[in-house]
Design a protein around this ligand. Structure first.
Ligand code: ZN
Length: 371
């Protein structure tokens, strides 16, 4: 999401907050639960050019969200409890789950101790190539390449992209232009483009995954905490909808088998890489079900309702986004009002037009990394 879209989104959320509309409408739109999604958690200040800042929240913000969630009456539960909770009798108290994608090491240092202190269950979704040290964090590699460059000159899907990248705003524009073109390419091809940019910037990103992501030893150590559930997130972190059915199934089943072998516990939950509508759809939801996952989460934005009892492998999440680290935004989102408005706009205008006209955040961008 560009800076303009972010500003529009913030203005919209603030309007809902200050007008009191979110409070008034909440009884109509509030779900039965929420699954929070995070990626990185670190106190490090944001850099002038850091397009992946949306994937990073501070430990302080996480702690405030935990307190706020509990204060608003949500019951923090583990994902294991969600299917029964959705199928069981209606309850006045909504539930909240905290989830982390990709296995970043900063989670262990900055997030898990906070969750443990509050006794809040949490889930970590691990793409199995990552703790092996051979994951490709291409969105961060792209950021590093553009940070190091004064200009980009690369062919993406047969189209030359030549853009200046001297200042932070120029770098942002170059990142956005390339990122979205890459998301339309087959993933192997997209990663090859990033590798060319990394080489052109004379960088070596081969150690990035090992530097940023937990090893199996660290994951096993973290998994000793009974509050932690480990979920699968494929092996290579490819968008499953782009793979043929057999390959998609293999990614899902092999990652689960590997996690079970590494941690010695059943792995019952799954997160779709990228998780947006273009990366995971009905075929993938059915595959997760056939493979016996109890739940699977997307990066589609929304609250969880009892209707999801019928679709437990297509659970939406609420992203705790580095650009929206304010309790007032979280309050508005917990009301469910922005999602009701978003869905209404989509029904009337269609998905692409809804994004443009409503000035709302496309769920896709929140998934830069993934889900
Ligand atoms: Zn991911």
């Amino acid at each position: 999401m560009g800076r303009t879209a972010t500003r529009l989104m913030k203005a919209g959320l603030s309007a809902l907050h200050y007008s009191g509309a979110s409070g008034l409408l909440a009884p109509l739109t509030r779900g039965d639960g929420v699954v929070f999604m995070m990626h990185r958690v670190s106190p490090q200040p944001t850099e002038a050019f850091e397009p992946n800042r949306i994937l990073r929240v501070t430990p302080d913000f996480l702690e405030r969200v935990i307190r706020q969630t509990i204060a608003r009456g949500f019951e923090c539960i583990s994902l294991d409890e969600v299917p029964a909770r959705l199928a069981g009798p209606a309850r006045a108290r909504p539930f909240a789950c905290f989830t982390f994608d990709d296995g970043y090491r900063d989670n262990r240092e900055h997030a898990f101790p906070i969750l443990a202190r509050y006794g809040v269950p949490y889930t970590l979704y691990v793409p199995t190539d990552y703790p092996d040290g051979r994951g490709v964090l291409w969105w961060l590699e792209l950021e590093a390449a553009i940070r190091a460059a004064d200009a980009v000159d690369v062919e993406v899907g047969g189209v030359p992209v030549r853009l200046p990248a001297r200042s932070a705003p120029e770098k942002e524009r170059a990142y956005d232009a390339i990122y979205w073109r890459l998301r339309d390419l087959p993933e192997v091809e997209a990663r090859a483009v990033v590798a060319r940019l990394v080489a052109a910037a004379r960088l070596d990103t081969s150690g990035l995954c090992r530097e940023l992501v937990m090893s199996w030893d660290e994951i096993r150590e973290a998994a000793k905490d009974p509050l932690l559930t480990i979920g699968a997130h494929t092996c290579r972190h490819f968008a499953l909808s782009r793979l043929d059915a057999e390959e998609a199934r293999r990614e899902m089943a092999a990652s689960r088998a590997r996690i079970e072998a590494e941690i010695g516990r059943p792995c019952r939950h799954f997160s779709f890489p990228y998780g947006c509508e273009r990366a995971a759809g009905p075929r993938e939801f059915a595959l997760a079900r056939e493979l016996g996952f109890a739940t699977a989460v997307t990066t589609r934005k929304g609250l969880v309702t009892r209707g999801h009892a019928a679709t437990p492998t297509a659970i939406p999440r609420l992203s705790l986004n580095g650009d929206f680290q304010s309790q007032r935004y979280v309050d508005v989102m917990l009301s469910g009002v922005p999602f009701a408005m978003w869905n209404a706009a989509r029904r009337v205008l269609g998905p692409a037009a809804a994004r443009r006209r409503a000035g709302l955040v496309s769920p896709d961008r929140a998934a830069t990394s993934n889900g």
